[in-house]
Design a protein around this ligand. Structure first.
Ligand SMILES: Cc1ncc(COP(=O)(O)O)c(C=O)c1O
Length: 407
């Protein structure tokens, strides 16, 4: 197993100039983050990533990226991007509304709509932008949003941006969601919003029950398939497809940056809704389109998802075997039921110590601390990917068990 320990795991901060008086408070904020064990490292990656990653000149087996199908470093995407850049230049030059919507973006939106079997799709510069813009377009003051407690930050920020009233229901608790909606009969519009595969817990939303609740309360249902696109479903479009819930889900958001190995976000649904979004989604109207070459690479990835279904099948089997191994060793993986496998450590320091111990054994498994997870629930997050071998997963499980049982 390659592990070149020729430099420290963390890049040491560059010597910084003293802050001007008006920014002096930043030092105090950083001091309190350090004291709480919450300072974040700024790592530099060298070269292409795949099964291995080199961070700060140290090469480790990579369990810390969302490259679930192994396409991020795939030369077929690089070639598609080069061809796209040669044909259309690199920068998009303007927002999609003005002149930034290229032929490559048009092909990508068509490919996404076909993949999800919906009428239309709209591409955003990022999945984060897709969530914030779409939620704020769907609801506003006088409306009500019911949001799962473990939703991603981009959903949380979209809810805040909308200025609608927000009710948080406990993770996957449909009865609590029902009560929230029943208590808001006066709301002009109601929106239920959820991740389909939760990014830190590896749990799945109860989609069928959410569709029923949306129907019962005449609410809109928006789901974020960021970690499920490419990974679930016969066509690879996500959990909505694999759970046969397409009829009950009104709006699907996703990202091109995880299993598809590219960048950008998307919203997919009925053509009239997508057309209306072009008038209401501010991050689409007021932000430069992402580069056409990136759109070309993402379109190539969608083709590969269609022609290489074995990758998602292999991934599901490997992730299931890995979860079983950890559970058999008595480790707490929460309710994980997919390729995202958290190992709950508790305090931020315990999570960092576990991550450091695994790095010493040759594995990159990032520590996840508040605000990404609740206080007391810091963890290390294993992202199982298609390119991990059985040997990688067995040796990682052994290393995790060794470290966890030592503490
Ligand atoms: C659930 C979820 N939604 C949205 C996003 C944002 O996607 P992007 O990285 O394309 O901005 C992420 C990224 O981590 C995510 O985990």
């Amino acid at each position: 197993m390659p592990c070149h320990l020729d430099s420290p795991a963390r890049s040491s901060p560059a010597p910084a100039a003293a802050l001007p008086a008006a920014l002096a408070w930043v030092e105090a904020e950083l001091d309190s983050l350090r004291a709480a064990g919450l300072e974040r490292p700024a790592r530099v990656r060298q070269g292409r990533q795949g099964r291995e990653v080199t961070l700060d000149r140290r090469t480790l087996v990579n369990f810390g990226s969302n490259d679930y199908l192994g396409y991020a470093g795939d030369v077929r995407l690089t070639k598609a991007a080069s061809k796209g850049a040669c044909a259309e230049g690199f920068g998009a030059g303007a927002s999609p509304l003005v002149s930034g919507h290229s032929a490559a973006h048009e092909r990508l939106e068509r490919a996404l709509a076909d993949l999800l079997a919906v009428e239309a799709a709209l591409v955003f510069p990022s999945g984060f932008a897709a969530n914030t813009a779409t939620i704020a377009a769907l609801v506003g003051p006088g409306d009500f949003i019911a949001s799962d407690a473990r939703n991603h930050a981009s959903i949380i920020d979209g809810c805040r941006l909308s200025r609608a009233e927000v009710g948080i229901y406990p993770h996957r608790d449909v009865r609590a969601l029902d009560s929230l909606l029943a208590a808001r009969p006066q709301a002009r519009r109601r929106l239920i919003v959820t991740d389909t595969l939760f990014s830190m817990d590896g749990t799945r939303a109860p989609l069928a029950d959410l569709c029923t609740a949306a129907d019962r309360h005449r609410a809109m249902l928006l789901v974020d398939e960021a970690h499920a696109t490419g990974v679930f479903g016969g066509r690879g479009s996500g959990l909505v497809e694999s759970l046969d819930c397409a009829d009950g889900v009104h709006v699907r958001v996703g990202t091109l940056s995880k299993a598809l190995g590219a960048a950008g976000g998307f919203v997919a649904g009925p053509a009239t809704f997508i057309h209306w979004l072009r008038h209401a989604a501010r991050a689409w109207i007021f932000s430069t389109a992402h580069p056409p070459a990136v759109a070309a690479a993402a379109t190539r990835a969608i083709e590969l998802v269609a022609t290489e279904p074995n990758r998602r099948r292999d991934l599901a089997a490997r992730a299931a075997a890995f979860r079983e191994r950890l559970q058999a060793a008595g480790l707490d993986i929460g309710g994980a039921e997919a390729q995202i496998v958290p190992i709950v450590a508790g305090s931020p320091d315990a999570a960092v110590a576990l991550s450091d111990g695994l790095a010493a054994a040759g594995f990159f498994v990032p520590a996840i601390r508040p605000p990404s997870v609740p206080h007391g629930k810091s963890l290390v997050r294993v992202s199982v990917c298609w390119h991990h071998s059985d040997h990688d997963l067995t040796t990682l499980a052994e290393a995790v068990a060794r470290h966890a049982h030592r503490d």
